[in-house]
Ligand binder design. Structure first.
Ligand code: AMP
Length: 279
């Protein structure tokens, strides 16, 4: 695996690889089996797989969250080599932003109005800023994103819709107790890791009873469940995957999304119900 820090070097290398199908997996590192499923999806469909690791300051709306974000680059390199990633791009702030570490403003078509967009102001503008910069440097044929970050996935599809680039989504990898794999899980204590299964359990409950109870009743049930947990429920929303707007009526392309936090660790998860594939 080639490890590259400079965008000029990466561009040079990619120029020499033209005509090959390039798959790209952008990450913030502290890699786990969820990230590796994206690498594997890319290896299946592309000739060359590039992973980037960059903890993007402009998508953090809390400096404390940014400072606490886990960094384990040596372990990441080992894991990527083991899984036959071809190129790892690890730029620093200057390579991506030069002296202007700021978000750009994108028209996100109100896809960022609710849930993560509402609870983390500016987050998706920061994501769109860095992903656009990375796409410009890597110029991939296909970029791979996890369903775990569903609102992000919808927003990336939206900002890429005029380009040739194909966005492929990959299902969420989970722990045995159902908890979605996340770099932030490393920040949980043993007890809160155990309690975190309430998130997936609540999502499964809503999925299983979607045809039995109405959405308001399901949401109230989940709110009650969380009252007994160490996790604070930030939101539970039933949304249309296309618009990322909450709905109180079941529809095609429905997803159930939860955000919850404990001891300064914030987790998100979702389940997609009967979504029609748009890739
Ligand atoms: P991150 O490093 O958190 O920015 O995530 C990088 C990519 O990995 C994003 O496209 C995420 O949606 C994806 N990802 C994160 N966790 C998982 C998971 N548990 N299963 C599948 N993909 C994931």
């Amino acid at each position: 695996m080639k490890i590259i820090k400079k965008k000029s070097k990466l561009k040079e290398l990619l120029y020499s690889l033209s005509k090959q199908k390039i798959g790209f997996v952008p990450t913030m590192g502290s890699l786990h089996a969820g990230h590796i499923s994206l690498i594997k999806a890319s290896k299946c469909r592309c000739d060359i797989t590039i992973c980037s690791i960059y903890v993007n300051p402009t998508q953090f709306n809390s400096q404390k969250d940014l400072r606490n974000y886990p960094i384990e680059i040596k372990k990441d390199v080992k894991l990527l080599k083991k899984n036959h990633c071809d190129i790892l791009f690890v730029p620093n702030d200057f390579e991506l932003y030069e002296n202007n570490l700021k978000r750009s403003e994108f028209d996100l078509n109100n896809l960022d109005k609710f849930m993560e967009g509402e609870h983390r102001p500016g987050h998706f503008q920061g994501v769109a800023t860095v992903v656009t910069k990375l796409f410009k440097i890597v110029n991939p044929d296909i970029a791979f994103f996890g369903e775990k970050d569903l609102q992000q996935l919808t927003i990336i599809k939206h900002i890429s819709k005029e380009s040739e680039l194909k966005i492929v989504s990959v299902p969420t990898e989970r722990e045995k107790n159902g908890l979605a794999l996340s770099s932030r899980n490393k920040l949980l204590t043993k007890d809160s890791f155990n309690s975190a299964k309430i998130i997936f359990k609540s999502l499964c409950y809503c999925r299983d009873y979607i045809n039995t109870y109405d959405i308001v009743t399901l949401k109230n049930h989940v709110i009650k469940l969380f009252e007994k947990s160490v996790f604070n429920l930030e939101y539970i929303e039933f949304v249309n995957v296309k618009t990322m707007h909450p709905t109180e009526k079941t529809c095609d392309n429905l997803a159930i999304c939860i955000a919850a936090n404990t001891e300064n660790v914030r987790l998100i998860d979702n389940i997609i119900i009967n979504a029609k594939e748009t890739n």
